[in-house]
Design a binder for this molecule. Structure first.
Ligand code: ADP
Length: 437
């Protein structure tokens, strides 16, 4: 208790006692003194409350002792709170300035995809302005079917690449990142230069392959002629002729596959899809695979749903499935088992090629579909592969809205599965079929 308050209380009790003794009404005097003290406390409390409510216009009430201390404490807390608020506001301002100046378009989306905040780059790349577009759904502001699908499916695992909705010469890579309580960061980065570099690279590869095609065909034709008449050549030339012939074949295969890849890369959709009867195509592919297997005598099993058809390009699908089956032959030792299945389930149609061959170690799996990526380059080259097979598979699947799933265990075997979405499946009652290419 504070000294002033104690003195005041003692004085009140003392006066009450004196008056009580003189008047002979001690109890009544104590009661009156208590009521007086309570009235004084009430008055001070009500002054304190009035001051708290009108702090900006009134001075702090001046009453010594406990109430003065309370007033000082409140003042101190208020000052501390004001300083903290000021610091936080300055942090917030700095953070907003930094995010506003971010070179990537950054938009905060609410649970339903509505714009809650956007930086300046959003107007430049996407035409989204803040605060004008606040509260509008991003799918109404960017009317691109892929963006709609991307946002509604809340895809966070991969980026989406689209031309800018306000400038078709610029390309954007879009990422969606969840944060906090059902909020999303929608980030669009300008990748025009990268896109252009990729175009230049694929144009270059396509042009070189195209230019090489004719000379290699001529070169190979003459070599074949020489090779057919090898009986007339001096014996020391025979190994050289054989090598030349093998390498010429390989070069032609490489150029053809590079050209095919360039064609596949041109667009991510098949232009004129037709119903394809995959089971017949697979029977054909397995016939070829038996020839490739030759003396290695692999054991093939084929399980197919004979009526299951998908919409797509027969020639591309044949090339895709052939690559997978031939790979299984090439990477499975003699008399190994190769199992091919074509089936449908709730997730769509699937082509699965399973082998009990060499398998692939986990660390290579993510890179297998890159061009020229080989786990054991010396061996793969020796076996005659171009290193483009799985890149072709991947692109064919992209063009059919599908995906490649690879499972493998070193020394145990591999399973390559092509997944086609349900919408590619042709309903049973439909038009005449196209024969496999
Ligand atoms: P390649 O012409 O070298 O076969 P691919 O693109 O078809 O090129 O395959 C890339 C690499 O993936 C191969 O070099 C091989 O290391 C690995 N691979 C592909 N299929 C299989 C398989 N069935 N079993 C083991 N490894 C495989």
């Amino acid at each position: 208790m504070f000294e002033g308050d104690v003195r005041r209380l003692l004085a009140t009790v003392g006066i009450a006692t004196a008056i009580g003794l003189v008047s002979g009404e001690l109890l009544l005097c104590y009661l009156a003194a208590t009521l007086l003290h309570l009235a004084w406390l009430y008055r001070n409390l009500s002054h304190l409350l009035t001051w708290l409510r009108n702090r900006s216009t009134l001075d702090a009430p001046e009453s010594p002792g406990l109430f003065e201390e309370i007033t000082l404490e409140i003042d101190y807390l208020r000052e501390r709170h004001r300083k903290r608020k000021k610091t936080l506001a300055s942090y917030l301002r700095q953070f907003q300035q930094a995010t506003r100046a971010l070179p990537d378009a950054t938009i905060v989306l609410g649970e339903d995809g509505e714009v809650q905040w956007a930086n300046e780059a959003s107007a430049r790349y996407l035409g989204i302005r803040w605060p004008e577009d606040m509260g509008q759904r991003i799918t109404n502001l960017i009317r691109h079917p892929k963006v709609r699908e991307f946002v509604l499916a809340k895809r966070t695992e991969s980026a989406l690449e689209i031309p800018s909705p306000i400038n078709s010469h610029r390309f954007l890579s879009i990422l969606l990142a969840p944060y906090g309580d059902s909020r999303w960061l929608f980030v669009a980065r300008d990748i025009t230069e990268l896109h252009r570099a990729n175009l230049v690279r694929s144009d270059f590869v396509a042009n070189v392959s195209h230019e090489l095609r004719t000379p290699i065909t001529v070169f190979r034709g003459y070599l074949e002629l020489l090779y057919e008449q090898r009986d007339m050549a001096p014996p020391p030339w025979l190994p050289a002729l054989e090598q030349l012939n093998a390498h010429a074949n390989r070069m032609q295969e490489l150029v053809e596959e590079l050209l095919l890849l360039s064609r596949l890369e041109q667009s991510d959709r098949v232009t004129d899809p037709e119903p394809v009867l995959v089971s017949e195509m697979l029977a054909d592919i397995l016939k070829q695979a038996r020839i490739v297997s030759g003396s290695r005598e692999h054991l093939f099993t084929l399980e197919t749903d004979a009526s299951l058809r998908i919409l797509g390009s027969a020639s591309e699908l044949k090339s895709c499935f052939t690559n997978l089956v031939v790979n299984a032959v090439n990477y499975t030792p003699a008399r190994g088992v190769i199992r091919v299945r074509w089936f449908e389930d709730a997730r769509g149609a699937h082509l699965e090629v399973q082998d009990n061959g060499t398998g692939v170690a986990e660390e290579h799996l993510d890179r297998l579909t890159e061009r020229f990526y080989r786990v054991d380059s010396a061996r793969a080259r020796g076996d005659g592969g171009t290193g483009l097979g799985l890149a072709i598979v991947k692109h064919v699947l992209i063009r059919h809205g599908g995906m490649l799933d690879i499972r493998s265990q070193l020394g145990v075997g591999s399973t390559f599965r092509c997944d086609f979405p349900p919408e590619t499946i042709v309903p049973q009652s439909s038009l005449p079929l196209s024969r496999p290419a």
